[in-house]
Design a protein around this ligand. Structure first.
Ligand SMILES: [Zn+2]
Length: 220
């Protein structure tokens, strides 16, 4: 899954209005931020196999450290713990824990059976990627609903409110449609470098956050 993870981040603003969008968007993306780093370190591997699933040519046969169920729970705890150590905001930390872990659940629904339960353990995956139309429908529906929720619980207060938000959404749609219908990446390294661009997410989230504020007072 790709833009569906961003959808979780935007929608979670409703559950945790005091938490910056930088944290809220990074949480559900965290496993995909670790993944290209682990690819470049040689700890995880991907094969480019056009037709592997209808939606993506990526055969994600080895990603035990970023994407196994057990490690996802570990990363959820680390991320939520880091937030709590900074903010002492327990409710926000709980929402961020759920945000990180939602990545595993959504990838489990989406991927071919390549999601290990633990490093070296059995692999599961329900294979939504076998249907291009199904994948697009689910991710666009999630994204539209999430942006709608986000617009209801925040309002623009800075001069760049619209630019910051809609430029990210436009870029995501272009990258998503491009990845669905564009040519496959040539190799593992290129895939990893391309995926590293997601590291911009926290900064973009912070930029959006600076130009918007939560509706409805102090929040939870
Ligand atoms: Zn993933």
């Amino acid at each position: 899954m790709f833009i569906g993870h961003f959808a979780v981040g935007f929608a979670s603003k409703r559950a945790a209005p005091r938490v910056s969008l930088a944290w809220l968007l990074t949480a559900p993306l965290l496993l995909d931020l670790l993944w290209p780093v682990f690819l470049l370190l040689g700890w995880e591997h991907v094969r480019i196999q056009p037709g592997f699933t209808a939606f993506t040519p990526l055969d994600l046969y080895h990603m035990p450290w970023s994407h196994s169920l057990v490690m996802s729970l570990v990363w959820s705890g680390v991320f939520a713990g880091a937030y709590y150590a900074r903010s002492r905001h327990a409710g926000g930390a709980v929402v961020l824990f759920g945000g990180v872990f939602s990545h595993w659940v959504l990838d489990w629904i989406t991927h071919a059976p390549d999601m290990a339960l633990w490093p070296g353990g059995p692999k599961v995956g329900l294979g939504l990627w076998n249907s291009i139309a199904g994948t697009l429908a689910v991710e666009f529906a999630m994204s539209i609903a999430a942006v709608w929720v986000y617009l209801r619980v925040t309002r623009g207060t800075g001069p760049r409110a619209a630019l910051a938000l809609w430029s990210l959404i436009a870029l995501l749609v272009i990258l998503y449609v491009g990845s669905a219908f564009g040519p496959p990446p040539p190799d593992e390294r290129t895939t990893a470098f391309f995926a590293l661009s997601a590291l911009l997410t926290p900064f973009w989230g912070a930029w959006i956050e600076r130009n918007r504020s939560s509706v409805g007072g102090a929040g939870r």
